[in-house]
Write a protein that binds this ligand. Structure first.
Ligand code: SF4
Length: 326
């Protein structure tokens, strides 16, 4: 098998190209902070949150700065049009846990995003333990109306790591959420982090294998970085673990990509640390440089997404049945 056509000029399947195939133009994600909180911070599941989680819960901090949702969307559309000309948008509910509210509130926030005619889709970032069936039924309705993703935080396929980083859920809950989400027309994206304290290369590759086996539509791969004021910063400053060097991260991302199915959409290959909060590593501020190095490494290896991936016997059987049906 050679490099699949669906990768374009890359050696993996980038979200930008996937969306262009669907909509025929550039589609830009608008990161939103709708004022949610998180059950792993407010005491419902845990207190203090994941040990790496910064004060903005991976978001822009717009809500706390008093910028209403509608204004965030309008500003995102204007800035996208200024930079890229004609394009469409996906409203990305990013900060904290974006299904952690009564259905009525969720509906009113998601509807507000879809009121803008340039917004053609929604992407909802959440935790696997915040997707009860009632919420999935609501998400399913939106998946019928627009291009729709749910993004579940997984981070690692090892319960001992999830415990160490205080995720407040386990692998079984992640798999259960995925299974209950499937068959509803909802695209599923998993978030994983490479370089978590104590994890070896083999353990990170086991995470790749779990994600590959679940046949998800997409993935975001992040590097671990340390933010000011977090539990992780305390542990880091005590010298209890070391962060990945840039070259190590690049190599691990390429190994990871090689094990994923070739049709899985790659939504992110590195996290972009907020500059004002970053403790380390400095290289995590340079997203474009990291992406360039990943491209170079894949090229030098003569490698690409999926080169090491083999369908499981069940996936192989389903493929054969599909072909027979055709
Ligand atoms: S689940 Fe997300 S928002 Fe909640 S504590 Fe963890 S990283 Fe922060």
């Amino acid at each position: 098998m050679g490099i699949p056509d669906l990768f374009g000029e890359k050696r993996y399947r980038p979200l930008s190209r996937y969306l262009r195939e669907i909509f025929g133009c550039r589609v830009q994600k608008i990161p939103l902070d709708a004022g949610f909180t998180c059950p792993n911070r407010d005491g419902r599941v845990g207190l203090g949150g994941c040990i790496y989680c910064g004060p903005r819960g991976s978001g822009t901090g717009a809500y706390e700065n008093g910028v209403p949702l509608g204004e965030q969307i309008r500003a995102g559309i204007e800035s996208g049009k200024r930079r890229f000309g004609k394009c469409k948008f996906i409203a990305y509910f990013q900060a904290f846990t974006n299904t952690y509210a009564p259905a009525e509130r969720l509906k009113s926030l998601y509807d507000e995003a879809l009121r803008h005619q340039e917004v053609v889709g929604l992407s909802i970032g959440t935790r696997p333990d915040c997707a009860p069936d009632e919420v999935l039924e609501l998400l399913e309705e939106y998946a019928r109306r627009c291009h729709f993703w749910v993004e579940y935080g997984l981070q690692s396929a090892h319960d001992y790591t999830l415990e160490l980083i205080n995720r407040g859920h386990d692998i079984a809950q992640f798999v259960d959420a995925v299974e209950r989400t499937k068959g509803r027309g909802i695209n599923i994206c998993a978030h994983v982090i490479l370089g978590l304290p104590g994890e070896t290369k083999e353990e990170m590759m086991a995470t790749a294998d779990l994600v590959a086996s679940l046949e998800l539509e997409g993935i975001k791969i992040h590097s671990l970085y340390v933010l000011k004021g977090t539990k992780l910063a305390e542990i880091y400053q005590r010298g209890e673990f070391r962060l990945l060097e840039l070259e190590e991260y690049v190599s691990l991302v390429c190994d990871f990509l090689e094990r994923l199915p070739p049709d899985m959409v790659i939504q992110r290959l590195t996290g972009e640390a907020p500059r004002d909060l970053l403790v380390a590593p400095r290289w995590s501020r340079e997203k474009m440089a990291v992406l360039g190095k990943i491209d170079t490494e894949l090229e030098q290896r003569g490698s690409y997404q999926g080169i090491e991936w083999r369908p499981s016997p069940i996936q192989e059987r389903t493929k054969c049945l599909d072909q027979k049906t055709i």
